[in-house]
Design a protein around this ligand. Structure first.
Ligand code: ATP
Length: 456
């Protein structure tokens, strides 16, 4: 990953994420658990919005079905998939400071000794301080039942894809789908990463949004192109800056053992370009292996042509947590904004796409008297069953706007003295900061028009 000069922005973002309740360190009061994060009140809303936009895009179509498979699976699944043998990273230890590194990431790592601040790990390696590389399996192991012996070993799934492959024929016959069709799933995955880093980018517990599309061999190249196009468009349609998205093609010699072709969608994070989603042509590897290891046929019978064959699979595999982080980074802006008395000040604004914004609206009484709080409360109650809304009556109205800007609330409604005369309120839009008047009884319809109308 190349570094960019604005990595200080990442510190600001992590601090905002904690202060405003997007993301907390896991088990913080005990000093935290490396590689694990908790989503706070706003974080869970944003994450749910990311997942629900993905679910809509992927399954609100006639050729994709959804499933939700168990995290624990039969251990043979992971033998068939190749994870027991191949899901390893090369690991080295520093004999001096005991730091542990992924052997293929030494170039971009720093020495673990705090006394040598900023020293490159490659320097320590050149001085012969590192052990030989050993292969380390990234799957978390646990046991089913009370006896902790080899026969009871199961794994926390390192990807959601296998739950889809083993259910291919169940889903196909239950939903009466014909090839080509896909199966989508969102769920937790676990990887015992050697080094976790960059906030939510590389964690040990994370969520994936995966879709496996089953196609007739020979049509795979065409479908691969189709899904590449769909998936990059999804990020762009949800407002990600197009210039910060790029394709990275895996070189043929670096392709995973199952893949015929693979492209990553990369996002330019403040710490450099990083993969947020992979699109893979997995061929018939997965179904053939499950057929071999289970002894059950995984072939598809084409009623029309009377052919029986093993479908090829085009996979779209996105991290929900990495996408969440890309949306968070992309939304962050520091910009000048006018104060109530006409001066300029800096504001931090999260310019989330409105469909992703964790809070959709805020309601303020301008002052806490003259019946304004009562009217504002009524408006809040009218909105609450339909959209996430926040009521705020403390501090100057300008400060209340700033607090909403910082969490990306698209609309603020203020009850003021004019409301008492003509029942209109001020609507203030987050990005343009433009204010206009709206009849108080039209607030819910106004929000419906903004959030539920089809995209133009
Ligand atoms: P990397 O090379 O970064 O380890 P990968 O190529 O192993 O990733 P895949 O196995 O293709 O990743 O997983 C698909 C998606 O799952 C990735 O694009 C990413 O968004 C997400 N993902 C994978 N590993 C992690 C992790 N440790 N933490 C958070 N998200 C992850």
């Amino acid at each position: 990953m190349a570094t960019t000069p604005d990595s200080a922005m990442m510190d600001k973002l992590v601090s905002l994420a904690k202060r405003r309740g997007f993301v907390f360190q896991s088990s913080e009061i005990y000093g935290g658990l490396n590689g694990c994060w908790d989503y706070g009140p706003l974080g869970v809303e944003l994450l749910n919005n990311v997942k629900s936009q993905w679910w809509k895009a992927m399954t609100f179509r006639e050729d994709v079905e959804g499933i939700d498979a168990a995290i624990l699976m039969h251990p043979k699944v992971w033998e068939a998939s190749g994870h027991v043998a191949n899901f390893t990273d090369p690991m080295v230890d520093c004999r001096e400071c005991k730091a542990r590194f992924r052997a293929d990431q030494i170039e971009e790592s720093l020495c673990g000794n705090p006394g040598y601040k900023g020293r490159k790990a490659s320097k320590c390696q050149a001085e012969g301080k590192f052990t030989e590389a050993r292969q380390f399996n990234l799957m978390f192991k646990t046991f089913v039942g009370p006896v902790e012996d080899e026969g009871a070993v199961v794994y926390l799934r390192p990807e959601t894809a296998q739950g889809i492959f083993v259910n291919f024929l169940n889903v196909q016959s239950a939903s009466r789908q014909k090839i080509p069709f896909g199966i989508a799933q969102i769920g937790k995955a676990f990887r015992n990463e050697i080094n976790t880093k960059n906030f939510l980018f590389r964690t040990r517990e994370f969520e994936q949004m995966e879709m496996q599309f089953f196609v007739k061999p020979g049509t795979d190249v065409e479908w691969f192109e189709y899904w590449k196009e769909q998936r990059i468009r999804w990020f762009a349609d949800l407002g990600i800056t197009k210039d910060r998205l790029q394709w990275h093609r895996h070189e043929p010699e670096k392709l995973a053992h199952y893949a015929k072709d693979a492209f990553d969608i990369e996002y330019q994070f403040p710490f450099g370009w990083g993969e947020i989603e992979g699109i893979h042509n997995r061929t018939d590897f997965d179904l053939s292996r499950h057929e071999e290891f289970s002894g059950k046929s995984m072939k598809y019978f084409d009623e029309g042509s009377k052919e029986r064959y093993t479908p090829y699979i085009i996979e779209t595999s996105a991290g929900a947590s990495r996408s969440f982080m890309a949306f968070l980074v992309d939304a962050y802006r520091e910009e000048e904004a006018p104060t109530a008395d006409g001066k300029m000040e800096m504001r931090v604004v999260m310019r989330f796409h409105r469909k992703l914004s964790p809070m959709k609206a805020a309601v303020f009484p301008l002052v806490n008297r003259d019946g304004m709080p009562e009217i504002a409360k009524k408006i809040e109650l009218a909105i609450r069953p339909h959209f996430r809304v926040f009521y705020d009556d403390s501090g100057a109205v300008g400060r209340r706007y700033r607090r909403q800007d910082e969490i990306g609330t698209p609309y603020c409604f203020t009850v003021d003295s004019q409301t008492l005369q003509d029942q209109t309120i001020t609507v203030r839009e987050r990005d343009s900061m433009k204010q206009e008047r709206l009849s108080a009884d039209k607030v819910v319809q106004f929000l419906r028009d903004q959030f539920e109308a089809p995209e133009k």
